[in-house]
Every structure is written in C-alpha cells, then in structure tokens.
Design a binder for this molecule. Structure first.
Ligand code: FES
Ligand code: FES
Length: 157
C-alpha cells in the first residue's frame, strides 16, 4: 500500500492506496458516489472529476499518481445546500434524464467555463465530446452549458 494525500472538495485527506488502484476506485470507496463507473477505459466520461484544475477521467488515473493533488467532484460543486450555477443550469434546461452522465458532464463543464467563460456551441461540443449520454441528444446539455456561463457571469457582476 502507498500513503497519499489528496485535497478533495476542499478537505485534505490521507489514504492508503494499492499500486494499481485508480482514482475512480478510491473516490467511490470513500463515498464520492457522484463519480460514476462506466467503461473504466477512459471512453465514456462518467467518472470525470477535476484534478488540479482540469477535467480527467478518473478511471485511467492511478490514485498514487494523484498524490498531493486537488480533486473536485460534483459533491463539491454544491455549497451549503445551494446548487452551483452549473447544476442549476442542467436542471433548468432539462439536461438531466437518468442522470448517470450528469456529474461527469458537469465537471467537464466546470473545466471549460473555468478557462473559457463564454464558449461557442462548437467549443461546448468539443469540451463535452468525451462525455457520452444514452438518454439525450446532447442539445439540452449544450444549452445548459450556455445557461451556466450566463449565470456565472451574472454572479460575477
Ligand atoms: S468510466 Fe471512466 S471514462 Fe468511462
Ligand atoms: S442523462 Fe442518462 S446517460 Fe445522460
């Protein structure tokens, strides 16, 4: 086992992890159930979290490699019972159906809007291209990201 430290959703925590344990496995066993297990090969985006400011598919990151890093999951988007503008936008635009892809989509959106506060539809589609959804036609998610961008810009005023 390897001892590592991660700051998850603002909380610094220590873990013992196996050499082959993925960040996805660690997060789920520690109760961060918004991080969904899908393909486990980096293809579906269900397990997307923000690691050191960038969206990553946590199923293909070894937990030991993330040592010292900062992780944000969908649990960490909400603050004091208030949903993050990204979460509100996904709900308002009806971009959530079964919801399995939603946390990963939201984390990819968080990365996008952190670096590009007013993305075009093409930029949004590119940013979400690694996040598969079996329920929707992606139109609502693109709208949700646009709405989230507007909400965040409004809050910053
Ligand atoms: S479970 Fe990680 S990309 Fe599919
Ligand atoms: S809402 Fe069901 S997989 Fe996307």
């Amino acid at each position: 086992m390897i001892d590592i430290t991660l700051t998850i959703n603002g909380e610094k925590r220590r873990f013992s992890v196996g050499a082959g344990e993925t960040l996805l496995e660690l997060l789920r066993r520690e109760g961060y159930k918004s991080v969904k297990k899908g393909c486990e090969s980096g293809d579906c985006g269900a397990c997307t979290v923000v690691l050191n400011g960038r969206a990553v598919t946590s199923c293909i990151v070894f937990a030991a490699k993330a040592d010292g890093g900062t992780v944000l999951t969908a649990e960490g988007l909400e603050s004091g019972g208030v949903l993050h503008p990204i979460q509100k936008a996904f709900l308002e635009e009806g971009a959530v159906q079964c919801g399995y892809c939603t946390p990963g989509m939201e984390m990819a959106t968080y990365d996008l809007l952190s670096h590009n506060p007013d993305p075009s539809a093409i930029e949004i589609k590119e940013a979400l291209s690694g996040n598969l959804c079996r329920c929707t036609g992606y139109v609502k998610q693109v709208k949700a990201v646009k709405t989230a961008a507007k909400k965040i810009a409004g809050e910053a005023k």
